[in-house]
Ligand binder design. Structure first.
Ligand code: ZN
Ligand code: ZN
Length: 395
């Protein structure tokens, strides 16, 4: 019993059995003012459990909000309510994006998240979340089939709000309709990021991965990567090339701000079997907190400019790391919309090869040294093979 050291027992429980004839259970619940000021006697474990419980409720509460592309209303309302309770001020643009600031500082770290999911809305009374140990999943009680909990990216919304609740000064941006081509973030108000020194996003399946590049474009400088390498190592994270998400979109506009996306504990996204692992969500928050605290204490000093289109082996070598790789049936449906933006500057999106290609690119008649397939002259002296996908120096 936790009450041993308290002057008055919180819970007193006596059970008397006399051969099944008589069961007397006396439960006395007594809370005196004296006990309240002596709460230090209650084991710290109890308090930690209680805090964890509250945290769990908030994650679950966030996951309970149903939201879908072009139907972000519930989530936007929920976010605004949470921001008010955190004492943050916010603005909403005509697209629905929310920009929030808490506290006053010269510079801020900003967490971003997207407010839509790919899942259809289920009547509220039928959308039930179940818990098995540290796993959360959802069921549509009209059919009792799993219906996709929407951790992508409700976990990101939760992570952003949760970190904001812990910080004195912090910024958050919530973008609508990421799943249909980064609609919200492509209209982002760049002024909001004037005093931002780092942008983080939690919008990737799995755990313990940080995207040093997105679709082959560097997300932060080598110097920045080196400066946080000890945190990456301590938390057992690995650097990967990630797929399309809001920070990738923002990266095209905010060229000097380091940014990254992290895996955040949702699994099988874009499928009705999607689930969330709360331990992985906590690991994500712990990692982000360490990076954020480090960057606030030691702001990046290098004047780095993100290459407009950086290209490296990671773009193709890391194709497996593409955000919706392995999503199953829903891939085709969503990837069609995913690349609404068909070109930028000197590059066109090639659907067939699923990559950006130089507009000036022309078929090269030389053949691949690996498989003898036909080569494409792609980028600054490097060629790409249509058949086996390998890169080679143009002869
Ligand atoms: Zn997402
Ligand atoms: Zn997604």
């Amino acid at each position: 019993m936790v009450t041993a050291k308290l002057s008055t027992p919180i819970i007193q429980c006596n059970t008397k059995y006399s051969y099944g004839r008589k069961n007397n259970i006396h439960i006395g619940l007594l809370f005196t003012a004296y006990d309240l000021v002596h709460l230090q006697y209650v084991s710290t474990r109890l308090i930690i459990n209680l805090l964890n419980h509250i945290k769990m409720i908030n994650l679950e509460k966030t996951l309970r909000v149903q939201t879908s592309s072009y139907k972000n209303k519930n989530m936007l309302r929920y976010i605004k309510k949470q921001l008010s309770s955190l004492g943050a001020s916010y603005e909403q643009d005509k697209h629905g994006n929310i920009y929030a600031t808490k506290g006053e500082a010269d510079t801020y770290v900003c967490a971003v998240a997207h407010t839509d999911t790919v899942h259809k809305l289920v009547p509220k009374a039928n959308f039930k979340i179940y818990t098995d140990k540290n796993i959360l999943f959802s069921v549509d009680t009209r059919t009792y089939k799993r219906c996709g909990i929407g951790g992508d990216d409700k976990v990101g919304v939760y992570v952003a709000l949760h970190i904001m609740s812990q910080m004195d000064a912090f910024k958050c941006a919530f973008f609508v309709d990421e799943e249909v081509g980064c609609v919200g973030s492509s209209h982002a108000d760049v002024k909001f990021f004037d005093d931002v020194i780092l942008c983080v996003q939690a919008d990737r399946k799995g755990v313990r991965e940080i995207t040093s590049s997105i679709n082959g474009t560097e997300m932060y400088s080598d110097a920045f990567g080196t400066s946080i390498a000890h945190i990456i190592k301590t938390h057992n994270f690995i650097e990967v090339n990630g797929g399309t998400t809001d920070v990738g979109e923002l990266g095209d506009k905010l060229l000097s701000i380091p940014m990254f996306n992290v895996a955040c504990g949702y699994y099988l996204p874009h499928s009705s079997d999607e689930y969330v692992n709360t331990i992985d969500v906590d690991d994500t928050i712990a990692f982000l907190r360490d990076v954020i605290d480090f960057v606030i204490a030691t702001p990046p000093t290098d004047t780095w400019t993100r290459p407009e289109y950086s290209y490296g082996n990671t773009m193709y070598g890391g194709w497996d790391a593409w955000d919706y790789g392995g999503y199953g049936k829903s891939i085709k449906k969503s990837s069609k919309n995913k690349f609404k933006r068909k070109s930028f500057d000197n590059y066109n999106w090639d659907d067939k090869r699923a990559c950006w290609v130089d507009k000036k690119e022309k078929d090269d008649k030389t053949s691949c040294q690996v498989c003898n397939g036909s080569m494409v002259d792609t980028y600054q002296g490097d060629a790409w093979c249509r058949e086996c996908g390998s890169w080679q120096q143009t002869i």
